[in-house]
Design a binder for this molecule. Structure first.
Ligand code: GLU
Ligand code: ZN
Length: 296
């Protein structure tokens, strides 16, 4: 293992339901990468959308992480308590004349092929009841993902101006995640590959807000037998909390690590200690190569 290089990692669940296998994989990967580097592992609850968050879910997630031996450092950061910081970031972008109000519907944008064409940029619409979008540039954003390799995306071509404040007044994930990764001093982001596509947007915002650029590693996302991502929407069953060690071993398998079979009779703590010592990010596959027919 390397000595502490100032590594700070994090797990940032949205409390839309209890922990399921897909989120356990992301949590375990970020935990093991942090511990392998003798780094810190912070926890952030991304609770910005109350309508999608059963009130008990955050507590259930924290309890399930503890049961799996995934102990975090320091206090949990709740995004619901950080609204002033997001408003400040918007103010900074407003001063840069980067923001504009938009009243286009999702259906309209889908009908245009899903990439927003910037049609409201110069309409000077009232902010009331409108979404706020950030104007992107016609440049290509590139980065080296530690698992997925070299990535590049043109925001203008592939994504378009994107929403930072929703019509309903809620701050968008893309804004909050960037502000908080900086606030928590995150050096290394290890998360599911369903967010690979968001990374260019986040790097773009980091640039505008003059925030440090973390490293990224996107682990494969657990899919069910129909190839759908495991998430509450697809009715992934919550983890069986009586099966903590088998779940952790399955997560290690899924991440391309080769846990010793004898670990099955050990504790969660022992599995994670083994996992941190032997963590090999090179062995993590780019795509899910296990189908979890029995879990979804
Ligand atoms: N809250 C996001 C999710 O649960 C993850 C955010 C991130 O890791 O950047 O999908
Ligand atoms: Zn518009």
């Amino acid at each position: 293992m390397r000595r502490n290089t100032g590594y700070i990692g994090r797990f940032a669940p949205s409390p839309s339901g209890p922990l399921h296998f897909g989120s356990l994989v992301a949590a375990t990967a970020s935990f093991l990468d942090a511990r392998h580097h003798h780094g810190k592992w912070l926890l952030r609850m991304e609770d910005l959308d109350p309508a999608r968050e059963p009130p008990e879910a955050a507590g259930q997630i924290l309890a399930a992480l503890e049961l799996h031996g995934l102990h975090w450092d320091g206090p949990v950061l709740f995004q619901s308590r950080r609204l002033d910081a997001y408003a400040d970031a918007l103010k900074t972008l407003e001063i840069q004349q980067r923001l504009f109000a938009c009243t286009c519907s999702r259906q309209q944008i889908q009908a245009d092929g899903g990439v927003y064409d910037g049609r409201c940029r110069f309409r000077k619409l009232s902010h009331a009841g409108a979404a706020l979008r950030v104007r992107v540039e016609d440049t290509v954003i590139t980065f080296d993902d530690r698992i997925q390799g070299s990535q590049s995306q043109s925001l203008e071509r592939d994504c378009g101006d994107f929403v930072l404040l929703r019509k309903d007044g809620l701050f968008a994930y893309q804004l909050a995640v960037v502000v908080d990764d900086a606030e928590q001093g995150i050096t290394d982001i290890v998360r599911g590959s369903d967010l690979l596509d968001s990374t260019a947007r986040q790097k773009f915002l980091q640039g505008l807000l003059q925030l440090p650029a973390p490293r990224y590693a996107h682990v494969p996302v657990a899919v069910n037998a129909r190839g759908q991502k495991l998430s509450k929407q697809h009715f992934a069953r919550p983890l069986d909390l009586a099966q903590v060690v088998p779940s952790l071993l399955l997560a290690l398998d899924f991440l391309g690590q080769r846990p010793e079979p004898a670990l099955i009779s050990g504790s969660a703590q022992e599995v994670l200690l083994w996992g941190a010592e032997h963590w090999d990010i090179q062995a993590v596959p780019k795509l899910a190569n296990i189908r979890l027919d029995d879990i979804a």
